[in-house]
Design a protein around this ligand. Structure first.
Ligand code: FAD
Ligand code: NAI
Length: 594
């Protein structure tokens, strides 16, 4: 019996290993064919140039039809970065190589990739100018213009490139037929003094590595024998500015790190000196999620020994302190600390603003990013050759208040001269049916009704409706700047361009092409101590059918983990992630500084 089993096992192993190597041989053969094909492209196909290798660009690159188009990707980062796991990388729960995947292995050789920054676009000749030496400047003869701030963090890859004469990379121009801008965003410092110089950001892989090193540095410095008690406390005070999901997730990971690992190696320091403070300007954290979730997170943080300072605005950052102003007070207070992580949101990159300027600020009036129509084409580009997706783009929304009269008459079917909540909801929902973000705002609609109906009559008249719709217009603004949105937009553009029959005609309605619609799948955030929060609001109609309530705690943490595990693009990174989680559980995080 044992012999038979061993024989079967041997057969299975041989077949398994054989199939694996046959598949690899087939893939190499296929890729080598594809490389020779892509090298001999003669320019007969329309060329799509995609700027970026992030959440928006990759789904597009993976699904675009390379039989129909020649596709070139330009980005200073030659890998895709799994941003949701960056907070885990910053404390060593997950290692750096786990959260990145080479763009070449993701999209294969049919798509050409060039490591460079796009620094300029000429919309008339349809040419982009790129710098591939890691700098962000554009030079034409004597005219050297600094377009992008020479930031060490911009685009992620710039500081990595070693400049030596053996590897010169000249500036180059590239023609496009279609340009897809997916360059993401950068950190918003609101020009608050000292942020660039003294705070850490958490946006790129290098940022996470720097934070990990700074935490280790703070502990080792605190261990220096001659250190005073006061200085030890300062060194071990970690401040996070911004109670959005980035700040919350980082604070949570840091608290886990302290409790699960550092407490073992530095018991006295952790007991007496370590402090984590999260500073938020508003009156609650995770303000874009359900109120229940904010409340849960604040309580949970208290249990995790994270101090949350709400209604507190950071005014400046100095080398050894953060200066804050509490709401309702004119006084400034200094908080001594060493490591500061700045997570107060995002703004458009200089290249995004440059493109807006080139197109014309009249059409591109939104400072958040490149304004697009519902097919994600940049407004103001008459031939429709520029698309924008992800964090660098904003979809134009028609204003409800402009159509108030017709809207009211359509909704007031019984001619009562007033609408109840259901009619109001139906009105807004029907009207914003074409809007890409309808679902997320169903709660906003109810709130808007309640606020407008000051007398609590249960009805809105035409006059009250006016103010309600004005408010709704303000709230129904942009889609959130998330990976979820960027990925859906990227996939949509691939499908759209694969279907387009006449590239010259910008009338997509005539070609029966669907405009973009966003499907919100909920929002997730890790809050530490093996807990996460999950907000289903706005996920209608998928989850509303099950009447799902916001989830928090361990079950949400399992969902968080399974979700990001399945989101990992390749088997390689999935395996590394599983190993990292098991390693951290069994042996803890590595605390060496390198
Ligand atoms: P990115 O993914 O940032 O990609 C931009 C690309 O453009 C990069 O490859 C960059 O190198 C390249 N680029 C930059 N400049 C140029 C240039 N001049 N020329 C050419 N290319 C250029 N969202 C979620 O939905 N869920 C989460 O859990 C989540 N967690 C997050 C955690 C953290 C710490 C952070 C920072 C963000 C998180 N987000 C999350 C938000 C999400 O990462 C972004 O919304 C998403 O990355 C946006 O995708 P994008 O393609 O627009 O930009
Ligand atoms: P955010 O814009 O969501 O939150 C920033 C917070 O900082 C706000 O609450 C704001 O009130 C606060 N703030 C601003 N200036 C301040 C100051 N001077 N002092 C104190 N507080 C100040 O930004 P975040 O968290 O960086 O996220 C950026 C984008 O990435 C968002 O669109 C977010 O949705 C997305 N993201 C999503 C995640 C998820 O879904 N799990 C995780 C991380 C990011």
């Amino acid at each position: 019996k044992l012999k038979r089993r061993l024989k079967n096992l041997l057969i299975v192993t041989v077949v398994g290993v054989g199939s694996f190597y046959s598949y690899r041989a087939y893939r190499s053969y296929k890729w080598s064919k594809e490389v020779s094909e892509s090298d001999s492209i003669t320019g007969t196909k329309p060329r799509i140039v995609v700027l970026g290798t992030g959440w928006g660009a990759v789904p597009l690159l993976k699904h675009i039809d390379t039989q129909k188009y020649e596709v070139v990707c330009v980005s200073p980062r030659n890998y895709f970065l799994m941003t949701p796991l960056l907070p885990s990388v910053s404390v060593g729960t997950v290692e750096t190589r786990t959260v990145i995947e080479s763009i070449r292995s993701l999209v294969g050789p049919k798509i050409k990739y060039v490591e460079a920054h796009c620094v300029d676009v000429d919309t008339k000749t349809k040419v982009i100018t790129c710098n591939s030496d890691g700098t962000n400047t554009v030079s034409r003869g004597d005219d050297v213009k600094t377009l992008l701030e020479p930031s060490k963090r911009a685009g992620g890859a710039s500081s990595r490139i070693i400049k030596d004469s053996a590897r010169t990379r000249p500036q180059f121009d590239m023609k496009y037929d279609i340009l897809v801008v997916a360059v993401g965003s950068e950190n918003n410092t609101f020009n608050i003094p000292g942020v660039e110089e003294h705070a850490h950001f958490l946006k790129e892989l290098l940022d996470a590595r720097r934070i990990r090193s700074a935490i280790s540095d703070a502990f080792e410095s605190a261990m220096t024998p001659s250190q005073t008690a006061e200085e030890r406390k300062r060194l071990l005070h970690f401040v996070i500015v911004g109670g959005g999901p980035t700040g919350v997730e980082f604070a949570a990971e840091l608290a886990d790190f302290v409790r699960e690992d550092l407490q073992y190696y530095f018991p006295r320091l952790v007991a007496n000196d370590v402090k984590i403070t999260l500073i938020e300007a508003l009156d609650h954290v995770l303000s874009m999620m359900d109120k229940q979730i904010s409340d849960y997170t604040e309580k949970h943080f208290r249990r995790e020994n994270i101090d949350v300072l709400m209604n507190t605005f950071v005014k400046s950052i100095k080398q050894r302190e953060v200066v804050v102003q509490f709401k309702g007070s004119n006084e400034l207070t200094s908080i001594p600390c060493s490591v500061v992580v700045w997570a107060t949101g995002i703004k458009a990159r200089p290249i995004t603003n440059r493109i807006r300027e080139i197109i014309g600020l009249k059409a591109q009036s939104n400072r958040m990013g490149i304004l697009t129509d519902r097919y994600l084409r940049a407004k103001g580009v008459t031939d429709g050759s520029i698309y924008a997706i992800g964090d660098c783009a904003t979809i134009e929304q028609p204003k409800l208040v402009d159509q108030i009269q017709t809207l009211f008459e359509e909704a007031d079917t019984q001619r009562k001269g007033a609408l109840d909540l259901q009619q109001f909801k139906a009105l807004v929902e029907r009207k914003i049916h074409d809007f890409p973000q309808l679902e997320i705002f169903s709660k906003t609609i109810e709130k808007t009704f309640e606020e407008a109906d000051k007398e609590k009559s249960g009805f809105l008249t035409l006059a009250t409706l006016h103010s309600a719709l004005e408010k709704a217009d303000k709230k129904i603004r942009a889609l959130p700047a998330t990976a979820q949105v960027a990925a859906q937009e990227g996939r949509y553009i691939a499908d759209l361009l694969n279907q387009v029959t006449d590239l010259k005609s910008s009338d997509y309605q005539q070609q029966n092409l669907q405009s973009f619609r966003y499907k919100h799948m909920g929002a997730l955030a890790y809050v530490g101590g093996d807990s996460a929060v999950l907000d289903f609001s706005g996920t209608k109609p998928i989850f509303d059918l099950f009447n799902l309530q916001p989830l928090s705690g361990r079950s949400a943490a399992y969902l968080w983990k399974s979700f990001y595990f399945t989101e990992m693009f390749t088997g390689r990174t999935k395996t590394l992630l599983a190993f990292d989680w098991v390693r951290t559980r069994l042996y803890g995080r590595d605390i060496s500084r390198y």
